[in-house]
Every structure is written in structure tokens, then in C-alpha cells.
Design a protein around this ligand. Structure first.
Ligand code: IMP
Ligand code: MG
Length: 193
């Protein structure tokens, strides 16, 4: 089991890096009031920690998008499932993402938000899997580079599951999860302490 599944980034490393990102963003937005826009559902856990690491006035709002087209169809279009309830014209917007992979989702979101004329538009992502990038988009703030491996935990899912894991786990063989959906829970991956 541990050969195909291992802790890629532990909770303490995540905590430390999120604090750093929060301090950096707080410094960069001095005298301004950023609007953090989170992409549901994956970005929610990161947002919850990041927003509390930013010692500054800010707002949080949510969007949900979905890539459609056949699975693995990289050029699939993106649909807005949940739109903003706030006018971002003239605001300093920061998109909060869990992971940027091909960048297609983010590039689409970026272009839609850009049309709404924010004063500025930046991206913070916890993980950046830049080796798989298709769309030419570079996040301003990156938590960690991510290897070309499937990851779950800290908001990231596999078929809706495992978002509640406190660490980020690398899954080299997804059939393990099909055979035992509880494989990632319990003492084996409890690296607390
Ligand atoms: P992109 O459009 O290819 O950049 O897709 C990014 C989205 O795909 C992320 O926001 C995640 O929701 C999802 N995603 C990409 N890689 C992973 C992964 O390794 N684990 C879980 N979700 C992922
Ligand atoms: Mg996402």
C-alpha cells in the first residue's frame, strides 16, 4: 500500500507554507481590500486556512465551474455552475485554486473575470503541476510545485472523496481506492505528531 500511496505534503508543511502565502499576500495588498474568489469544491479547504493567514480586510466569494466533454478530453469546454453575487469592477481580485494542472479551467475563469474589469486579477494556487500546462497561464502565488502524480486530500478529491484528509497524499495506483475506498483512513496515514 505505501508503495502506491504516500504523503506528498504533510499538514505541518502545508500550515507553514499557507502562513507564508498569507503574509506575502497581506504585504502585496497593503491599503487595498482584496476579493478572494474560490473555485468550489477543491479550493474550499485552502481558502479557509489562507483567509485566516491574511491579516487584512478582505472579502470571500465563491464560484463553481465544470469542465465538460469526454473525460481526458483536454480541450473540453468549461461551464459556470455558480456565478458571483458581487460586482468585481474596480476591485482587486485574487482567484484561489487548489491545483492548476492543464490550466484550461483557470484560463477560462480568468478570461471571464477579466471582462468584468477588476482593477487587478491574480491567482494563488496551493499546487502547481506546471509540467502538464496547456493554457499559457502562470499563477502569481504558488504553494508547492506538484509532480505529475494524482493527489488527494486538503480539498482535493477522487470522485468526490478524500477532501477531508489533512495531508496531501500521492496516489500512484488509483485501483487501490476502487478496491478499498477506506484505504486512506485510519492509523496508516495518521502522521499527526
Ligand atoms: P485544469 O483545468 O487541468 O488545470 O484542472 C484543474 C482542476 O482539476 C483542479 O482545480 C482540480 O479540481 C482538478 N485536478 C487536477 N489534478 C488533480 C489531482 O491530482 N487531484 C485532484 N484533482 C485534480
Ligand atoms: Mg478545482
Amino acid at each position: 500500500m505505501t508503495e502506491v500511496t504516500s504523503v506528498l505534503i504533510g499538514r505541518e508543511d502545508i500550515r507553514r507554507r499557507v502562513q507564508e502565502l498569507g503574509r506575502t499576500i497581506a504585504g502585496d495588498y497593503l491599503g487595498r481590500e482584496p476579493v478572494l474568489i474560490t473555485v468550489l469544491n477543491g479550493g474550499a479547504v485552502f481558502l479557509a486556512d489562507l483567509m485566516r493567514a491574511i491579516d487584512r480586510r478582505l472579502e470571500v466569494h465563491f464560484m463553481a465551474v465544470s469542465r465538460y466533454g469526454a473525460e481526458g478530453h483536454e480541450k473540453g469546454r468549461v461551464a459556470i455552475l455558480l456565478d458571483l453575487e458581487v460586482d468585481i469592477d474596480g476591485r482587486d481580485v485574487v482567484i484561489v485554486e487548489d491545483i492548476v494542472d492543464t490550466g484550461l479551467t483557470l484560463a477560462y475563469l480568468h478570461s471571464i473575470l477579466r471582462e468584468r474589469t477588476p482593477a487587478s486579477l491574480q491567482v494563488v494556487t496551493l499546487l502547481d503541476r506546471s509540467v502538464r500546462r496547456i493554457a499559457p497561464i502562470a499563477p502569481r502565488y504558488v504553494g508547492f510545485p506538484c509532480p505529475d502524480r494524482f493527489v488527494v486530500g486538503y480539498g482535493l478529491d477522487h470522485r468526490g472523496r478524500y477532501r477531508n484528509l489533512p495531508d496531501i497524499l500521492q496516489i500512484d495506483d488509483l485501483t487501490v481506492l476502487d478496491e478499498d475506498p477506506d484505504a486512506l483512513f485510519g492509523p496508516r496515514f495518521d502522521v499527526r505528531g
